[in-house]
Every structure is written in structure tokens, then in C-alpha cells.
Design a protein. Sequence first.
Length: 172
Amino acid sequence: MDRTEYRKKYWEANKERFKEKQKEYNKKNKEKLKAQNKENYYKNIEKMRAQHKEYYNKNKEKIKLHNKVWRINNPEKQLEKSFKTSRKIKLEIINHYSNGLNNCACCGENHLEFLTIEHKNHDGKEQRKGRHYYCWLKKNGFPDNLNLEVLCMNCNWAKRHNRKCPHETDKL
């Protein structure tokens, strides 16, 4: 029996023991392995993205079905995940269009929950069609030609219906 055959037989005989040892090692060194994997991913990011894309394209239906089942079985987690993603995108949009100030251009309100994007010329009806306007803005590279500003809901409402915000008239 040559060396290769011996190794194969030895592996087959001890496969379960080796797998258990590997599981123990992985459990003990979870953070270390996580950091190594992350580092390896970013060293080879283009290759990894290509592999992920190829895998997704080969298994698209299987992945979609798995994700759908997960969303159905985990409605609370899905809602939380969706909320976090929406909040993150909104923060990016507000940060960009307020030049990093993250506050209302009129009154200075800075609670993210109260802030929104408004077209300065009130001409954004066509662009706002659809549910995901903030996603559209991000996907299109935060277009600056749309004449957008960050306002709180109160200032936005006042400007939309009265064409002037009470804060502007109070300043005069």
C-alpha cells in the first residue's frame, strides 16, 4: 500500500473525529477566524464578488425561495432589518443633501425622524412617484441637479402649502 492510499484509509477511519476537532477549534477561535475571513474577503474582494454573483446566478430560484421562507418565518426580524436599512439610507440622503449638518435648512431641527427631502421649487411630483425615493436617490448617485433641500416635516408642510415657512417670516 502506497502513502496516498494509506492517507485515504486513515482519513476515512478518523473522519468523524477530525470533524469534531475542527468544530471545537472553530468554536474556540470564532473571533479570530471571523477576522481572518473578513481580511481575506477584502484582499480578494473582486474575486469574492464574482464568485458570489456566479453562485447567485446558478441558484437564483433556490435563494429567492429560501429568503421568502425566512421572511415568512421571521416577520419581526424582517421588519427590524427593513427598518434599519431604510433608516441607514435616509441618514445617507439627509447627510448628503444637508452637507453633513443633518438638520433642517430652515429651523435647524436635527431629529432624523422629523427630517425629509423637499424640492426647493416644489416640482418633484414626477420624481417622487413610487415608494422608494430615497433608494432611487442613492442608486442614481445623489443627483444635485434636482434642487433638493433638507427640511423638517413642519417646515416642509408650511412651504408646500403656504409657499413660506413661519420660521422665515419670524426672522424678518
